[in-house]
Design a protein around this ligand. Structure first.
Ligand SMILES: Nc1ncnc2c1ncn2[C@@H]1O[C@H](COP(=O)(O)OP(=O)(O)OP(=O)(O)O)[C@@H](O)[C@H]1O
Ligand SMILES: [Mg+2]
Length: 143
């Protein structure tokens, strides 16, 4: 995990972003909360597709923008949330309520975590996605 965390990785294609997500998931300890921070189209969902592969999940991962949360079973349960459409009102503390429903081992990964009140403060890893020309610069940090 050490070589994956802290350093910037330049991903030149969606396939490289996916491969990084897969590598990250394979090294991730069980029962982690992961925040994906980055602008629209910066590669967050692509990264989650790779994470799913890393957990041995074969189902197609789609963006949960409209249904907020998708779950997939593999070597761990992957819960993929997209808080883009939450705006910091009453739904916003749902990250904390979610803990009651998690069956181990799990990984909860959240796009637009800034909109889920309290999530950035409680998560285990923050992955940052930056557009750098036509490439993506991805940084994984342990909190
Ligand atoms: N490293 C990369 N280089 C080029 N294109 C990429 C790269 N990573 C992802 N993409 C492409 O960028 C587009 C947007 O990616 P993706 O849907 O993963 O972004 P997102 O951060 O989830 O966006 P949103 O905030 O809208 O959910 C996709 O077409 C994807 O294939
Ligand atoms: Mg997305």
């Amino acid at each position: 995990m050490d070589e994956l965390v802290g350093s910037e990785v330049i991903c030149k294609t969606a396939e490289e972003t996916r491969a990084f997500g897969m590598r990250f998931a394979k090294f991730l300890p069980p029962n982690q909360f992961v925040a994906l921070v980055g602008d629209l189209g910066s590669g967050k969902t692509t990264f989650v597709r790779g994470m799913a592969a890393g957990f041995g999940i074969h189902a197609a991962v789609t963006s949960p923008s409209f249904n907020i949360l998708n779950t997939y079973s593999g070597n761990a349960t992957l819960l993929h949330a997209d808080a883009y459409r939450l705006d910091g009102t009453e739904y916003a503390s749902s990250s904390l309520m979610l803990e009651d429903f998690l069956t181990e081992p799990y990984c909860l990964v959240v796009e637009w975590p800034e909109r889920l009140h309290g999530f950035l403060e409680t998560c285990d890893f923050i992955i940052t996605f930056e557009l750098s020309g036509k490439y993506r610069k991805i940084t994984a940090k342990k909190t």
